[in-house]
Write a protein that binds this ligand. Structure first.
Ligand code: A4P
Ligand code: MG
Length: 157
């Protein structure tokens, strides 16, 4: 069983109640929660919309069956009233697989670590609360935004 971190986000309805309910459903339908992050209130990324509450939980799940985990998360999203409208739009609940220990995976419907993890403080900070040792990807600038100039020997003497 591998450590897996699920990110939770909500910006519609009673956000705190929804996060609590999602955590209960995760415990009863997926696996017990080993630890939970702080809750963070975060400015929305994407189209104009209300602020989010974000959090993360750590549980254990077989690393070779993350698709089954995603299916269960999507089921919980649906039963908590999630309606998919626009990309990155407002939602009662969003459950993402943020990170799984030692896993680097890109399937058509599942990418782990989450493809936007490295650029989103609302995902990184909760992740580091529950998995402080998680090696995370450092933001990568567009190739033309970074140029190699001087080697160490030229500035560090
Ligand atoms: N999918 C692929 N990889 C994963 C993964 N690691 N975990 C696929 C979960 N799902 C993954 O997701 C679409 C599909 O992504 C899933 O069916 C799954 O097959 P979605 O949640 O329906 O679509 P979406 O959320 O509208 O798009 P996307 O790109 O997943 O959005 P994000 O990245 O989830 O971002 N601002 C703040 N402050 N806080 C937030 O939590 N969230 C979003 C949504 C935008 N802005 C936000 C926040
Ligand atoms: Mg999502």
């Amino acid at each position: 069983m591998t450590r897996v971190v699920i990110g939770l986000g909500s910006n519609l309805g009673d956000r705190l109640v929804t996060l609590r309910e999602a955590a209960h459903r995760i415990t009863s339908e997926i696996a017990s929660i080993e630890s939970a992050s702080h809750i963070y209130e975060t400015a929305p990324i994407g189209p104009p919309q209300p602020r989010y509450l974000n959090a993360a939980v750590l549980l254990r799940w077989p690393a070779d069956d993350l698709r089954a985990l995603l299916t269960r998360l999507l089921h919980i999203e649906e039963s908590l009233g999630r309606v998919r409208t626009e990309r990155w739009g407002p939602r009662t609940i969003d459950l993402d697989i943020l990170w799984a220990e030692g896993v680097s995976l890109a399937l058509s419907d599942l990418t782990v670590p989450h493809p936007h993890l490295h650029e989103r403080a609302f995902a990184l900070l909760p992740l580091l609360d529950v998995a402080p040792d998680a090696p995370y990807v450092v933001p990568v600038a567009a190739p033309d935004a970074i140029e190699r100039r001087a080697p160490p020997s030229q500035w560090l003497r």
